[in-house]
Design a protein around this ligand. Structure first.
Ligand code: FHN
Length: 600
């Protein structure tokens, strides 16, 4: 079905652009924003934590029937009969487990908290629950694996936290019961299952006092918002100051993890997974991106596709620059060892954090939409400029910063030499020392300014041919869309689930004229059909071009199509806005680029 074109010209009186802030997520009923901020302070200051996925799924180590691509989902993915799967417990014997070493490794990596799976989807508990025998007591090891780690974390000064899966492929009361669950008895009963779940949560709180209860596996239809609300209330009764993620209920929007504004908020914070949101999230919105180091959460012996330490450090910086946390995963072996590739990276991260950690901890999001050379966090009157790409001419351009600069220094320079800064129009330029051996992961320039940051956002302009290109990573995001990279080649706006969400771009048109609007986007089969408009507002009028989205065959299948032709008779400042005008079946589209191509 070709894109249907409905190009129409409207004269608009002007458009007021307002940043739509995400309302803060839920929390304790009646809790003020200040009270929540106090309760979340240790988490929000921490910025960096360790995730540990460990269980009997580590015994097959990702391999089954000659295939090696499995992880912690091996029971489900390979449809292993539960009676067969249970035999893994007989081979789960972590005699090399050293909880003190794990806590020390996390601490020395600069991590401030640790989240370990007390129970994953396979239902197996790492502790001797009184409510189930499908746990560590069924292994040769028998001892509680959580208690010594909780104590070791306390000794290292890092917060011990637990992940507990709602979905349970083993328990007889959980529904839907898997066809390969040949040990279940009786009929599933989700209310009975909730009682079991709440009983185990109380055991965990009473015995290990976790700082966070990290729920997961909430997505199946049998787990309702009401179940989530009841569980959340129960947890808060058991531990009033605990922090709960948003996967206790049904408010997260998929892997983007950010709360859907149309759904009653659940938990205290958003949980992007394997991705990092775009800029512009509300400062009062707490979130944490969780990621693997290789391609699996659980131990997979064959998978050596580990991210580099530079990538891991820059992910941490990216999260902090947007006001969020980074929860980095390790998947230990059945013998109780963290894979050497993970240990090596954690040690390298720790070396970097020792020098630059102050620019990460207890910071807030930087004031810039995008920095071509790196990222920025803010701490009081200091903007921490993380330089990934060291300028060859030694001139670090800080775009649009209107504030007076009171100082600039290299965070790593023990001599604490003040760097020269100048103003160049809207920008501040920092003179970096020639021949300085910048840290290859990221170097930090600490820039102190007068007053709260004031940034003039750059306006997008035509190139020499008169073409204007508006890219996903340049968009002002109004809502919960995220910046991701589904093509693996260029960023795109994803998670456009809500018709109220929209994108805007400040544009300065030097050359008026007639233009073709050329859109690069992706849309999954079955999600097509949403309408949207491109609005181009000048102070004295403007134009719009509207179309209906057609499928491109997948969220990662990008196509470039001409969606219309418009005439812009005036040069000058415009506000471009891309808005949905009908409710999407799933998401509106994955937006990559909009170009205005002059008509010859
Ligand atoms: O299915 C789980 C997966 O195994 C892993 O635990 C991740 C970590 O956040 N959560 C779910 C996938 O979204």
């Amino acid at each position: 079905m070709p894109i249907r074109e409905v190009a129409f010209i409207t004269v608009a009186l002007g458009l007021v652009i307002t940043m739509t802030a995400l309302p803060a997520t839920a929390g304790i009923p009646g809790e003020t924003a200040e009270q929540k901020a106090a309760r979340m302070k240790w988490f929000n200051d921490a910025r960096f934590g360790m995730f540990i996925h460990w269980g009997v799924y580590s015994v097959p180590a990702g391999e089954w029937n000659g295939k090696t691509g499995y992880g912690e989902w091996i029971m489900e993915s390979a449809k292993i009969p539960v009676s067969t799967y249970e035999k893994f417990a007989e081979r789960f014997n972590p005699v090399k487990y050293d909880p003190q070493a794990w806590a020390k490794l996390a601490h020395e990596a600069g991590m401030k908290y640790l989240v370990i799976t007390s129970k994953h989807h396979d239902g197996f508990q790492l502790y001797p629950s009184k409510l189930s025998d499908w746990n560590v007591s069924r292994t040769p090891y028998k001892q509680d694996l959580l208690k010594p780690l909780a104590e070791a974390c306390k000794a290292e000064g890092i917060r011990f936290c637990t992940y507990h899966s709602i979905m349970d492929w083993h328990h007889s009361a959980y529904e839907p019961r898997r066809a390969w669950n040949d040990v279940a008895t009786g009929k599933p009963d989700m209310d009975a299952f909730q009682n079991y779940l709440q009983g185990q949560v109380k055991e965990i709180i009473d015995n290990y006092d976790p700082g966070i209860l990290w729920f997961d596996g909430e997505w199946e239809g049998t787990w309702t918002p009401e179940h989530g609300a009841q569980l959340e209330k129960w947890v808060r009764q058991c531990s009033p100051n605990i922090i709960i993620n948003n996967r206790v209920g049904k408010s997260r929007s998929g892997m983007a993890g950010i709360d859907d504004p149309n759904i009653e908020r659940a938990g205290d914070y958003g949980t992007p997974e394997q991705e990092i949101p775009g800029t512009g999230l509300d400062p009062g919105y707490y979130w944490e991106s969780c990621m693997t180091m290789n391609d699996h959460w659980g131990f997979n012996r064959a998978n050596k596709n580990y991210k580099s330490s530079t990538t891991l450090i820059r992910n941490l910086i990216d999260c902090a620059s947007k006001g969020g946390n980074y929860l980095l995963n390790v998947g230990p072996t059945p013998e109780g060892e963290i894979p050497p590739e993970s240990v090596q990276r954690l040690k390298e991260i720790g070396v970097w954090m020792k020098v630059y950690g102050d620019a990460i901890y207890a910071t807030s999001a930087g004031p810039f939409r995008k920095l071509a050379w790196g990222r920025c966090t803010r701490k009081g009157d200091t903007l921490n400029l993380f330089v990934f790409d060291w300028p060859k001419d030694g001139k670090l351009v800080v775009p649009g910063l209107a504030n007076d600069v009171t100082g600039a220094r290299l965070l790593a320079d023990p001599r604490d030499v003040m760097l020269k800064t100048d103003r160049a129009g809207d920008d501040v330029v920092v003179d970096l020392p020639a021949g300085f051996a910048a840290n290859p992961h990221a170097e930090v320039v600490a820039l102190t300014i007068q007053g709260s940051p004031r940034v003039t956002l750059p306006r997008f302009k035509q190139d020499a041919t008169g073409k204007l290109a508006l890219l996903a990573e340049d968009a002002d995001i109004h809502g919960q869309m995220i910046l991701e990279n589904r093509s693996g080649k260029f960023p795109n706006i994803g998670g456009w689930m809500n018709a109220k969400d929209w994108l805007s771009f400040p544009v300065t048109l030097d050359k008026a004229g007639e233009f073709d609007l050329v859109l690069t986007y992706a849309c999954q089969e079955g999600s097509d059909g949403a309408n949207f408009t491109v609005e181009m507002q000048h102070q004295s009028g403007g134009a719009s071009c509207g179309t209906m989205v057609d499928s491109t065959g997948g969220w990662d299948k990008f196509k470039t199509v001409t969606i219309g032709r418009i005439g812009l008779s005036r040069a000058g400042d415009y506000e471009f806005a891309i808005k949905a005008t009908s409710k999407p079946n799933d998401a509106v589209m994955n937006f990559a680029k909009l170009e205005l191509v002059p008509v010859k």
